[in-house]
Design a protein around this ligand. Structure first.
Ligand code: GTP
Ligand code: MG
Length: 646
């Protein structure tokens, strides 16, 4: 069954509530004060099924003082019934409500001329002509205009039929997107506890779901919301296990007190979305706005069911003129939940009139300073026209070298996991981004745009190049040193990924804790090469009875510091081997292994220290470290005083 939310709009007393009652049998005025005064004060609800369409009605107040209440309901509607009383025609709130519908980009609707029973045909035709003029050039141009009398019932059936036709053409809401329920009412029911209601504008909620209420009451900065389980759900007064986008939903929240929830908060899946204190948006001012909007003007921002005070910073200009549009950053005085694509209304701080509205483009932007306005605007230009997939790519590109993990992509885009996953795959495949981790990938694995990734790789190369130039005798630069120099403020995954990538491309060699360019060769002068060779030769000649390293260094023919480095190079390359405090040439140790192999063949595997000394001709000073070395190398195994040759 298709689910459509229909909103009323129109001037006070033009018959909106009566019309909803004529259609559904429900009096949407539920407050005592509304009944007494005969006017609507707050939004009211009713529903109706026609064929395979389920209509949820949101009836709004027409009084100019209650436009803010009207806005708490108007944000979620698919279809508008613009109500114009035949005896009064177009009036101020007809205009204001209609402006609001246009700014919210309500997609479809119709005009209902109510109180048709009160006037004659001539006047009806006049009103119809006025209405046609009024909606010309808008989304309602050419839309059905129906005459109805809620008193006699004339035209009501025709209206139902027309609503069904419009519903058939209405777009479906995305049930797979992240669920959001802007709360428009909160109350308690004896025996049940706290209940909140709202229009489920996206996704689905199931009984038992863990939800988050954002923002927390009276928070002054971004903070996680209060979490609560949905104990029970009702859609239009009927209990259900699951509510879908486009339905009016009541949620019974477990363990939540009434003073923890209020109109303007939003229910969403726990841990998924984040509140914002700034929004980047396309902002339009109405032609009818009494004056332009100067930079940093204070306005009332209505978004979802929330009203928050905000300052408007038009990007790249000092003032937005009436009738014009531009990119703007809205700086909110209290954080709220919003996502790209959300529409909002802006009302002047004083006098309180609707002056404009727009669409959120980036819900978690950074603060744009004056000189960054042009760059911010160029990103917004791309984001504004991006589809869900492209938005993921752009968000990653905007994040630059910091990259963006999937949790943040989810919070910032509002896209489903499925969309994010597919977008991540396609942009990595298209080589626009790199997934900065080896398996396993988690939600915290950042994606980093390829240019930013290459830039980091380039910096590693340049840093290594500089290092090699400065220290040609060092075999490499410390991994940690590079991390601190280039990646200190970045997620560790990004460091690992950049290094791994350079190694994979054979541009960098990682050896132990050192990194070097693969092209790096330690360049020695003839004198240095001779000294290094001499060191090696001293140990090769000494066999199993080498001199202490310091002595060899002293005989090398170059200064101790350089000789020390050559010794280290020989050790790094494996030509020299450290055994306890001694240094042996590789060939001497290889020879020893061979000697033992032959001994075992002739005399069997048992060998004690004395036999070892006889066999090799070394003193105890060398014999003990050598045997221990052989044990570690698993050439021999010690048991008591005897060793077994393996
Ligand atoms: N004769 C006649 N009277 C009507 C008709 N529709 C509404 N009325 C009367 O007009 C008055 C206002 O009707 P409502 O439905 O309360 O008007 P509303 O647009 O909901 O008013 P607000 O919610 O306060 O903006 C009531 O006294 C209704 O009885 C109609 O079709 N014919
Ligand atoms: Mg009413």
């Amino acid at each position: 069954m298709k689910r459509i939310i229909v909103g009323t709009a129109g001037h006070i007393d033009h018959g909106k509530t009566s019309l909803v009652k004529a259609l559904t049998g429900v009096d949407a005025d539920r407050l005592k004060e509304e009944k007494e005064r005969g006017i609507t004060i707050d939004i009211g609800f009713a529903d109706l099924t026609v064929g395979d369409v389920h209509f949820g009605f949101v009836d709004v107040p027409g009084h100019e003082r209650f436009v803010k209440n009207m806005l708490a309901g108007a944000h979620g509607i698919d279809l508008v019934m613009l109500v114009v009383a035949a005896d009064e025609s177009v009036m101020p709130q007809t205009r204001e409500h209609f402006d609001i519908c246009r700014l919210l980009e309500v997609k479809s609707g119709l005009v209902v001329i109510t109180k048709a029973d009160l006037v004659d045909e001539e006047l009806l035709q006049l009103v119809e002509a006025e209405v046609a003029d009024f909606v010309a050039g808008s989304f309602l141009e050419g839309a059905p205009v129906l005459r109805v009398s809620s008193r006699t019932g004339a035209g009501v059936d025709e209206l139902k039929k027309t609503l069904s036709q419009l519903a058939a053409k209405a777009r479906e809401r995305d049930e797979n997107a992240v669920a959001r329920l802007p709360i428009d009412r909160a109350f308690t029911i004896k025996g049940f506890g706290t209940v909140v209601t709202g229009t489920l504008i996206a996704g689905r909620i199931r009984a038992g779901d863990e939800l988050e209420i954002l923002p927390p009451i009276s928070s002054s900065g971004p903070a996680p919301g209060r979490r609560a389980r949905a104990r029970g759900l009702q859609v239009h007064g009927k209990s259900t296990q699951e509510a879908l986008a486009g339905e009016r939903v009541a949620v019974n929240l477990q363990g939540i007190d009434l003073d923890e929830v209020e109109r303007g908060q939003t229910l969403s899946p726990a841990g998924r979305l984040r509140t914002s204190s700034m929004l980047d948006a396309r902002l339009r001012l109405l032609d009818s706005a009494p004056r332009g909007l100067r930079a940093r003007s204070r306005v009332r921002l209505h978004i979802g069911a929330a009203e928050v005070l905000a300052r408007v910073v038009p990007l790249g200009r000092m003032e937005l003129a009436s009738g014009a549009s531009c990119f703007a950053q809205l700086r909110l005085e209290t954080p709220t939940l919003a996502l790209p694509g959300d529409h909002f209304i802006v009302r002047a701080y004083s006098p309180v009139v609707t002056i404009g509205g727009g669409v959120v483009i980036d819900a978690l932007p950074s603060k744009h300073r004056l000189r960054e306005a042009a760059q911010a605007a160029s990103w917004l230009e791309k984001l504004e026209v991006a589809d869900e997939f492209e938005r993921v790519a752009l968000l990653v590109e905007m994040a630059g070298e910091r990259g963006m993990d999937q949790d943040e992509i989810a919070a910032r885009s509002g896209s489903s996991n499925e969309v994010i996953k597919r977008a991540a795959e396609s942009i990595t495949k298209a080589r626009r981004a790199v997934t900065a981790s080896q398996a396993p990938k988690t939600a915290l694995t950042p994606l980093i745009a390829r240019p930013a990734f290459e830039e980091l790789a380039g910096r590693v190369r340049a840093t290594l190049k500089g290092f090699h130039r400065k220290s040609p005798l060092e075999s490499g630069m410390g991994r940690e040193e590079i991390r601190e120099k280039i990646f200190a403020h970045l997620p560790p995954d990004i460091f690992r990924a950049v290094i791994a990538n350079l190694v994979e491309r054979n541009e960098v060699v990682a050896e132990k804790d050192l990194l070097r360019l693969s092209s790096h060769r330690v360049a020695l002068s003839a004198e240095e090469q001779a000294a290094k060779d001499r060191l090696a030769a001293l140990f090769a000649e000494a066999g199993l009875q080498p001199m202490p390293l310091e002595d060899a260094i002293a005989q090398s023919g170059v200064d101790a510091a350089r000789a020390q480095r050559f010794a280290q190079m020989l050790i790094n390359s494996g030509e020299l081997v450290r055994v306890a405090g001694l240094v042996f040439h590789r060939s001497a140790l290889d020879g020893l292994r061979e000697t033992l192999r032959r001994f075992k063949a002739e005399h069997g595997p048992k060998l004690d220290v004395t036999a070892f000394k006889d066999l090799t001709g070394v003193s105890r000073k060398y014999a003990i470290p050598l045997l221990e070395y052989l044990d570690i190398q698993r050439v021999t195994r010690r048991s008591g005083d005897v060793r077994e040759i393996l």
